[in-house]
Design a protein around this ligand. Structure first.
Ligand SMILES: Cc1cc2nc3c(=O)[nH]c(=O)nc-3n(C[C@H](O)[C@H](O)[C@H](O)COP(=O)(O)OP(=O)(O)OC[C@H]3O[C@@H](n4cnc5c(N)ncnc54)[C@H](O)[C@@H]3O)c2cc1C
Length: 391
């Protein structure tokens, strides 16, 4: 099964979408990214350009107003947009992340209502799992949904939610049966205008500053039972796991994009910077740094595409390869941004060159959607299982 999934050929349709995305990014992201970052301004205008070009539709199935291109395009788009700006990619990608629990667990009616609105770009989404005391330790979550008649009442606080405050629709994870721990978790669809839903302050972040991150605060938020994803309680843990397995290849792809952006900036700079009478790219030590970056990027891309193909085909080793790809590619992004900045010398330490922002942006990749340590824990669990040591 795995062999034919290792075909990473990109279709003509995918190539066209990527080409169009590059054009939009060159025209609209490159000139604006520094200012959006400086002002912490959400990239509404850029997302509108994406919408006009049909990019949200590329991420969804044809039954729900999408282009039905399959899951691989999500990875290709993430890689492309992140090469230009990881903040824009985080803002854009958060809608798909918020949509995934509905795609995996929603009823036909829920899919029709919400996925169609995401695909048209009419609505922005967000995924609300993390809490102040439940980050890596997801099972420790305490947001609670109590059933009252045909409604659920939600109380709790979600932490670090991308697109919070901006999004129209939130997929919120809450306990419906405390006695079952994480197996008593459910996912709810909460719309922005619901009474009792509010947002914390805009987090003043080191990087990806144009992507807005806030707390989502739920105080007696009342939702109809139709908003329980799949209409069956206590399925949220599985919806969250499926979502993370499917979205980690896209985060890994974002990392490949950031690393590629840093590499290209480093090549551009070292080709024109002269020291000791020659362009510094002619020094072998500089070439070695570039070679190291390129090798890691190529390896990251292959791991990412493999994980993406596995996720798209529900391969049994999806979780393992998603963790491997996310871990390696995100560390590669940090490595390449660091080395790319080093190759700019003092100029890289200023905001005059995009590498400074790439360096700040890259770090989040080793943190969100599971830190590098959590990815390694998952890989470690597979090592133990495959060695037959699991009790
Ligand atoms: C900008 C940003 C955007 C985000 N967007 C979203 C979003 O849209 N939706 C959402 O639900 N969440 C989101 N998150 C949350 C993100 O996924 C968590 O921050 C992340 O999972 C880590 O949790 P934590 O911050 O609580 O760190 P902690 O879990 O407290 O970890 C702190 C440190 O301890 C280490 N550690 C913890 N447990 C272990 C262990 N068992 N073994 C080894 N090391 C361990 C970690 O690796 C880390 O180095 C976002 C976070 C940020 C910063």
């Amino acid at each position: 099964m795995s062999d034919n999934l290792l075909n990473f050929a990109i279709s003509e349709e995918e190539r066209q979408v990527i080409e169009l995305t590059r054009q939009i990014c060159e025209e609209h992201v490159v000139p604006q990214r520094a200012e959006l970052d400086e002002k912490e301004e959400y990239p509404f205008k850029i997302l509108e350009k994406f919408r006009e070009a049909g990019l949200p539709a590329a991420l969804f199935d044809a039954e729900y107003g999408g282009l039905g291109m399959g899951m691989f395009i999500n990875v290709l788009l993430a890689e492309t947009v992140a090469e230009y700006c990881l903040g824009v990619q985080t803002a854009f990608g958060a809608t798909k992340l918020g949509a995934l629990p509905i795609e995996f667990g929603g009823t036909e009616e829920q899919k029709k209502k919400y996925l169609t609105a995401f695909a048209s770009g009419e609505k922005i989404g967000a995924f609300a799992l993390t809490e102040p005391n439940a980050g890596s330790d997801v099972p420790n979550l305490s947001t609670w949904a109590e059933k009252k008649g045909d409604r659920y009442i939600l109380n709790g606080t979600k932490q670090w939610i991308s697109n919070a405050g901006v999004a129209d629709v939130y997929t919120v994870f809450a306990l419906t049966d405390k006695s079952k721990g994480p197996r008593g978790m459910s996912c709810f669809i909460v719309e922005k205008n619901t009474r009792g839903l509010s947002f914390g302050k805009l987090e003043n972040k080191m990087g990806i500053r144009c992507s807005h991150t806030r707390q989502v605060i739920l105080e007696d938020v009342e939702v109809p039972e139709e908003n329980l994803v799949g209409l069956k309680p206590n399925k949220g843990f599985i919806h969250a796991l499926l979502t993370l397995n499917a979205s980690r290849p896209a985060v890994a792809a974002s990392a490949v994009g950031v690393a590629t952006g840093a590499y290209k900036e480093a090549v551009k700079y070292t080709r024109q910077r002269e020291q000791f009478g020659k362009n510094i790219i002619n020094f072998q030590a500089v070439q070695h740094m570039l070679a190291d970056m390129l090798t890691r990027i190529e390896a990251s891309r292959l791991l990412t595409y493999r994980a993406a193909r596995y996720a798209a085909n529900r391969h049994p080793e999806t979780a393992k390869f998603s963790a491997i790809a996310k871990y390696f590619a995100s560390e590669t992004a940090v490595y390449c941004a660091n080395h790319g900045l080093q190759l700019h010398g003092g100029y890289g330490f200023t905001k005059d060159y995009p590498i400074e922002k790439m360096y700040r942006d890259a770090k989040i990749l080793t943190i969100y959607e599971g830190t590098s340590q959590i990815q390694m824990n998952e890989i470690g669990a597979y090592i133990i299982k495959e060695a037959g040591l699991l009790k």
